[in-house]
Write a protein that binds this ligand. Structure first.
Ligand SMILES: Nc1nc2c(ncn2[C@@H]2O[C@H](COP(=O)(O)OP(=O)(O)O)[C@@H](O)[C@H]2O)c(=O)[nH]1
Ligand SMILES: [Mg+2]
Length: 291
């Protein structure tokens, strides 16, 4: 057995330490061949995304408790855009999620977006697969941002929740950019702050103008006061993606894998050199990399 196979074996047997090591390897861009996960109707990858400060981590804490109370094993991958300045935020997230939710059935891991040669989405996909092989039924991915690229990161998730808060209304911008189409549910957090109502109303009316009758539901919750969480979880679990949304997700997944394949090719540097000197065309380069 190679070192990696040993680690995998031990992670599959339940070693959290070796699971962590393997996650680090994937984070650095290493490939890992994993067994197919067992079919399990309980299995879910849930993407939680939205601007900083809207309460995603607090919400994730509530979701962990919800599932934990129902006997599920929950793993969290939390992404922090890695500038040295956010070091504190990263730690803060960890503490917030850990204080209420530590112990056997919960696994929390913060990740940086740096040093990801093949793209963060592809490595998150691989990490989620590893976690599920190791028996983690519910996998929550927290990503920061309301831009197109940030939301696409979680296109591989089974369910995607966009979170907004009372002061920003970023989701309206997202709606204008057409990227809301990936979301299964929009959650406006901090319903205890009066202006949250207005934000939720604005989002709903933006949807009603966009003549899609299957635009996502908009739900007001308060993560801090534990208000609306059950309803949110029921909506998450019962929401069915319309066909067009499933197709958009599949398209985004293909794009992520494509990126990953090109960027992690051992021939990449050579191809760039050859394009630079003019000895091959861009199209030739693409053929070599994707071959
Ligand atoms: N008033 C209010 N504050 C909240 C609520 N949920 C989270 N917060 C606060 O919002 C801030 C940012 O929360 P955090 O979960 O770190 O947001 P994230 O950056 O989206 O992960 C913290 O100070 C939280 O205590 C809520 O429901 N109501
Ligand atoms: Mg957070």
């Amino acid at each position: 057995m190679t070192e990696k196979e040993k680690l995998l074996h031990s992670a599959l047997e339940g070693s959290r330490r070796d699971l962590s090591r393997l996650l680090s390897m994937i984070e650095k861009g290493e490939e890992l061949s994993m067994p197919e996960r067992e079919e399990n109707p309980d299995y879910m990858i849930l993407g939680i995304t939205g601007p900083p400060g809207v309460g995603k981590s607090t919400l994730v804490g509530r979701i962990i408790s919800y599932w934990k109370e129902r006997g599920k094993k929950v793993a969290v991958l939390a992404i922090d855009p890695s500038s040295p300045r956010t070091g504190g935020a990263l730690l803060g997230d960890r503490v917030r999620m850990d204080s209420a939710n530590s112990g056997e059935g919960v696994f929390v891991r913060s990740l940086s977006t740096r040093g990801n040669p093949g793209g963060i989405s592809a490595s998150l996909m691989a990490m989620s697969k590893l976690l599920s092989c190791c028996g983690w039924e519910k996998i929550i991915i927290e990503t920061v941002g309301s831009g197109q690229s940030e939301i696409k990161i979680v296109a591989f998730a089974d369910k995607i929740v966009l979170v907004d808060g009372p002061d920003r209304g970023d989701i309206i911008q997202a709606e204008k950019a057409g990227i809301i189409e990936l979301a299964d549910l929009v959650v406006v957090n901090k319903s205890d702050v009066p202006s949250a109502l207005k934000v939720a109303e604005n989002i709903r009316s933006a949807f009603s103008f966009s003549n899609e009758n299957d635009s996502p539901e908009v739900l007001l919750v308060s993560a801090e006061r534990n208000d609306g969480i059950e309803e949110m979880m029921e909506l998450i679990q019962s929401s069915e993606s319309p066909l067009w949304r499933s197709r958009i997700k599949i398209r985004e997944r293909l794009l992520s894998l494509w990126d990953h394949r090109l960027m992690s090719s051992p021939k990449l540097n050579q191809v760039i050199d050859d394009i630079e000197t003019g000895s091959i065309s861009l199209e030739d380069g693409l053929d070599i990399l994707s071959g």
